[in-house]
Design a protein around this ligand. Structure first.
Ligand SMILES: [Ca+2]
Ligand SMILES: [Ca+2]
Length: 333
């Protein structure tokens, strides 16, 4: 089992690829600016959408195999495939088409500019694309008929009866694309208000919801921004005129959506404290470091769920305690 101390994950600054223009995020720094609104306005202005057909040629550039200019890298299969094997209908072992990371049927519905937004499009194997369908992103659950791999042609994926789990090396990229879509599309005239949620019952073909928010926040931490992702951000900016702020400044994710590994301590009397954390963390019960020895142990007691949080009451006497929450990703795939 691999254990990833996400709490301490360091969002390293990558070697500069091409930083955003000096004034690109100027609205954020204006007096009284609200981050979400300022970023929404910033990334909407200058966005000139392609027509959908034209995006194919854009992806051939943006997702080109760095080792072979004749090929693109397929997002879930992680296969280098000939650019010429692009198809618009039908199936084929080698064929690829365009995947909407935020599924078209979940609030995009063929409408520009969201339908052709290059931040949301990736080359994908046609069969894998069909298998992913419009599932939301989440960790695959054994209780919901987990399949490993999610598709025979995508060995690093898994799926279950309602969700899709991509390869680890693109989990963060995909999460940041979803954060971008939520931020970019806020219900302005002729545009949907796309919304990420943990309430999976809201996600259907007649709403604009997509998930799962808490899992995507963890994936953002597990798979930090890479130089390749920053290059792609620059490439999209050069083509459709706007940027993904969550690639330029990964800390904005927490500032807008909160910290999924937040652990809140509330003192209720001289020796008793309540520990509170997000209820929607996937997988098993989180662990915390609550001992002077530094050992990681399961959260003590039986957590009580209330709204968006779980909590336990602990008794602490005589020592200093350090509490950190750790989330351990499942072993699959
Ligand atoms: Ca990545
Ligand atoms: Ca939105």
């Amino acid at each position: 089992m691999h254990r990833l101390p996400i709490l301490f994950a360091f969002l390293a600054g990558s070697p500069a690829v091409a930083d955003p223009p000096a004034n690109y995020y100027a609205l954020v720094n204006q007096p009284g600016a609200v981050l979400h609104a300022a970023l929404h306005t910033t990334i909407k202005s200058g966005h000139v959408p392609f027509n959908y057909t034209a995006t194919t040629e854009q992806l051939k550039f943006l997702d080109q195999d760095p080792a072979n200019a004749n090929n693109v890298i397929l997002i879930y299969a992680r296969r280098s495939e000939l650019k010429t094997n692009y198809i618009t209908t039908g199936f084929g072992t080698a064929a690829w088409n365009k995947e909407h990371l935020w599924p078209n049927s979940l609030g995009i519905d063929d409408a520009l500019p969201a339908y052709s937004d290059l931040f949301n499009l990736r080359p994908a194997d046609v069969d894998v694309n069909a298998t992913r369908g419009n599932f939301w992103f989440d960790e695959s659950s054994a209780a919901e008929s987990r399949a490993v791999p999610g598709s025979p042609e995508a060995p690093l994926t898994s799926s279950d009866s309602n969700s899709w789990e991509p390869p680890a090396m693109v989990k963060g990229d995909i999460a940041r694309s979803c954060f971008y879509m939520d931020l970019r599309y806020d219900g302005d005239p002729a545009e949907s208000n796309l919304q990420l949620t943990d309430n999976l019952t809201l996600i259907n073909g007649t709403s604009n919801y997509m998930g799962k928010l808490t899992t995507l926040l963890l994936w953002h931490r597990c798979d930090p921004v890479s130089p390749e992702e920053r290059l792609r951000n620059d490439g999209v900016y050069a083509r459709q005129g706007n940027r993904n702020p969550f690639i330029d400044n990964p800390n904005w994710v927490t500032q807008i959506y909160g910290d999924p590994l937040e652990l809140k301590l509330t003192r209720i009397n001289p020796i008793q404290w309540t520990l509170r954390w997000w209820a929607q963390l996937p997988g098993a019960v989180p662990e915390m470091n609550a001992t002077l020895s530094g050992a990681w142990v399961p959260v003590p007691g039986t957590p009580v769920t209330s709204g968006a949080y779980k909590s336990v009451t602990v008794t602490l006497t005589g020592n200093r305690y350090f509490f950190h929450l750790r989330y351990t990703p499942p072993d699959v795939p």
